[in-house]
Design a protein around this ligand. Structure first.
Ligand SMILES: C=C(O[C@@H]1C=C(C(=O)O)C=C[C@H]1O)C(=O)O
Length: 248
C-alpha cells in the first residue's frame, strides 16, 4: 500500500506460493483430466510439470483475427442462488474492482495498438462465472494489421496489468522488491503456435509447478488504492482451489 500511496504504482499484482508434497502414485494426466472436467470454461494445460486451468486468454490469433479476454476484479461465489447473485452484483458495482479491471484492459489495449486495428470491446465488463469465483471480464476483438506472429504479440502484451500492474516497469520493480520467491512460469503465457504464426495463448494462472514429488502452486491478486489486505489474501486462497482440490 506504501507503493500505491506514495505514487510509485497505481496497481500492483502480488502473488504467494503454496508448497505441498504430491501424494504417492499421482498421475498428472488424471489431474489434467479432472481440471478440464471441473473447469470447462478455462484452458487446462500441462506443460513440463506446469499444470493448471486458466480462465484468461492473453491473445488468440487466427487468420488475421485477434481475440483476448481480460480478467481483473474477483469475488467468491455465494453459498446459495441468492447470495451468489448478490456476490456478482457486488462485484459488478464495486468501484475498486472496476478500477482494477480498467488498468488491466487499458494495458492490453495500449500494447495491441501497434499490431491491431478495428479493436472493439464492450463499454462495461461482464461477470464471468467460474466454479470458485466471479471475475470481471472484457472480451477484446480486432484485426491484425502488421503481420505479427502470435509469439510477437505475446512479446508485446506480456505482462499485462492483470498479472503485473500499472505502470508496468514500476509494478515489476515493486513485485521484485516485495515477492520473496521466483514466479517461474506462473503468470507467463502458455499455449500453442502454428507454423504460420497463428496461436492461442492463455495466462498461466490457477496453476502449480510439479517437480518430482514437490508441488508449488501460485495465486495472486491485484492491489489498488482501496484494497483491503485481508480480502486480497482470501482471494488468493480461493484462486488456489482448482489446483489444490485436483492435486489432493
Ligand atoms: C493473478 C491472478 O489472477 C489475476 C488477477 C485477478 C484479480 O486480481 O482480480 C483476476 C484475474 C487474473 O487476471 C491469479 O490467479 O493468480
Amino acid at each position: 500500500m506504501v507503493a500505491i500511496e506514495g505514487g510509485e504504482v497505481s496497481k500492483v499484482v502480488l502473488a504467494r506460493p503454496l508448497d505441498a508434497e504430491l501424494p504417492e502414485g499421482t498421475d498428472l494426466r488424471v489431474i489434467a483430466r479432472d481440471l478440464a472436467f471441473g473447469y470447462p470454461d478455462t484452458f487446462t494445460f500441462a506443460v513440463d510439470g506446469l499444470i493448471g486451468s486458466s480462465p484468461e486468454t492473453l491473445i488468440r490469433s487466427e487468420g488475421g483475427e485477434l481475440t483476448a479476454r481480460v480478467l481483473a476484479g474477483s469475488m467468491g461465489r455465494g453459498t446459495d442462488a441468492r447470495s451468489d447473485a448478490e456476490a456478482a452484483l457486488a462485484l459488478a458495482t464495486s468501484q475498486k474492482d472496476l478500477d482494477e479491471h480498467a488498468f488491466a484492459l487499458r494495458s492490453l489495449l495500449l500494447s495491441l495498438e501497434a499490431h491491431a486495428g478495428d479493436v472493439m470491446t464492450a463499454e462495461t465488463p461482464f461477470t464471468l462465472k467460474l466454479p470458485n469465483l466471479w471475475h470481471l471480464a472484457t472480451d477484446v476483438r480486432g484485426h491484425l494489421t502488421d503481420g505479427a506472429s502470435s509469439l510477437d504479440l505475446i512479446d508485446s502484451l506480456h505482462p499485462t496489468a492483470a498479472v503485473a500492474g500499472t505502470p508496468t516497469a514500476d509494478a515489476l520493480r515493486v513485485i521484485r522488491r516485495l515477492e520473496p520467491f521466483d514466479r517461474g512460469r506462473y503468470a507467463g503465457p502458455v499455449g500453442w503456435v502454428g507454423a504460420d504464426g497463428d496461436g492461442e495463448w492463455a495466462i498461466a494462472l490457477r496453476c502449480a509447478q510439479v517437480t518430482g514429488s514437490r508441488v508449488r502452486a501460485f495465486a495472486g491478486a491485484g492491489i489498488v488504492a482501496d484494497s483491503v489486505p485481508e480480502r486480497e489474501v482470501a482471494e488468493t486462497t480461493m484462486k488456489f482451489m482448482p489446483v489444490a482440490d485436483a492435486l489432493g
